[in-house]
Every structure is written in C-alpha cells, then in structure tokens.
Design a protein around this ligand. Structure first.
Ligand code: ADE
Length: 238
C-alpha cells in the first residue's frame, strides 16, 4: 500500500499475472512478486482513505499482512532527507476525545500506541539495510549530502501536512520520541490491530516538516520516492 501514485507505480510494475479490481474508486492490482501473492493499491492521502483501503485489502482480498511504504516529514532533529524510518509504534496525533478519554487514545483499542510485531520489524530492518547498502548515491545526491541511515522508532500520523516549525514543536512537546510525521500509517495500523493482522510501516524522509516542506516534498516525490518503494518491496519479498 502507498498513498501516492508516484510512490507505488513502480511497485505495480514489479507484479506479474496482474488482475485489476476497482472498489470505491481505487484500483487493486492482484498478482505475484517473486512468487508471493500480493495486492497493490494506492490509497490516497489521509487516515480515512488509508483505513478504507486497508479494510478492503483485509475483508475483500483476505490479505494476511499489510506493508505500507511512503514518505514522511522529519520530526526528530537527527533525521535527514533520504533517511528511512521503520515504525515501531504508531500514534494518531490528531485523535482527541477529551475529556471523555485521555488525549490521543483510540477508543476501540483502549491504547495510544499501536506496536509493530517483532517479526515484521526484523524483516523490514534487514530489507531496508540491504536497500541502503546498495543505494545509488548519485541519484539522491541533490537531496541528501550524506549516506542515508535507517531509524527505528515512533511515527505519528494525522490529517495534516506539517509545514511549520511550530507544528513540529507542538508535536514534540506531546511526543518527544517521535521520529517523523505522515498521514496514513497509524490509521493502517489501527485497522490491522482491530483485525489482528501484522503491519509494517516504512517511510523515507522527504522533507523536514517545516517551512521548506512543500518544495522539498514535491521534488522528492517526483524524483526519488519511487526508487525507495520499489527496492524495499523487492528486498522484502525475495
Ligand atoms: N508526508 C511527507 N511529508 C509530510 C509532512 N511534512 N507532513 C505530513 N505528512 C508528510
């Protein structure tokens, strides 16, 4: 699964024996990547789009796990454009039903953080390390000046594009451990937790979630995001 066509088109091209199905305006591509039966789909932006798509993957296609790849804005100061984050815990930073329940708590799950299973974390770590080891540094040289790194930790999701230092500081004041922000991961993880299936959320840093984000985000999406998604999927499904 991915939010944007620029990120996922290359993954669709990897699949063989493809059949297409359309539900609620989204095309689901069912096929095979390296002998693994897969369904590939572009969800669109935001938590609701991601939740509808994840539910369809589970209910209609019976998938046994979901892998989401995409981009994110950096929140932790150690992160650079081109780095990759594997979500260990996912949180919805815009969930707030106070004073009824604590801020950020998901009512149906009675928890704030959704955790990735150990097995998925381990497989994703091996896959991303292999991708970063063989990364074409020439291709990304306009975006990052140093060798990209892997980070494993907390990801926040919400229906907001972060484009100011103020938004960033506000998020960090609530969650000092957050590495990056995006708009779908914690929604996919909620659906997966509710259906009790594993999930993997992998995000490449496209921007610094500040005033420079709109420009950096669009350039990264156009030139680099696809490469990461394709290479990560190839490594995960070999
Ligand atoms: N995805 C990529 N960059 C982002 C940002 N700055 N805010 C939210 N989601 C993002």
């Amino acid at each position: 699964m991915g939010a944007m066509p620029e990120e996922i088109k290359g993954v669709i091209d990897l699949a063989t024996d493809k059949k297409e199905f359309v539900f609620a305006g989204r095309t689901y591509y069912q096929g095979y990547i390296n002998n693994t039966k897969v369904v590939i789909v572009i969800s669109g932006w935001g938590k609701v789009s991601a939740a509808v798509t994840a539910s369809t993957l589970i209910q209609t296609f019976g998938v046994s796990e979901i892998i989401f790849t995409g981009v994110a804005g950096a929140i932790h100061p150690a992160l650079r454009i081109g780095d990759v984050v594997i979500g260990k815990r996912l949180v919805q930073h815009d969930m707030d039903a106070r004073p009824l329940i604590p801020q950020f708590q998901i009512y149906s799950l009675q928890k704030i953080f959704m955790e990735t299973h150990k097995d998925q974390l381990q497989k994703a770590t091996t896959a991303v390390n292999n991708v970063l080891e063989h990364l074409d540094l020439e291709m990304i040289k306009d975006f990052c000046s140093q060798q990209p790194k892997l980070h494993i930790g907390d990801i926040a999701s919400g229906d907001q594009f972060f484009s100011s230092q103020k938004q960033k500081e506000n998020l960090l004041s609530h969650f000092p451990t957050i590495l990056c922000v995006e708009m779908e991961g914690a929604s996919v993880s909620q659906v997966c937790c509710e259906y009790d299936i594993p999930f993997t959320i992998i995000r490449t840093i496209s921007d610094q979630a500040d005033e420079s984000s709109p420009t950096d985000f669009l350039a990264f999406i156009e030139h680099v995001a696809k490469y990461y998604a394709v290479e990560v999927v190839k490594q995960l499904l070999q």
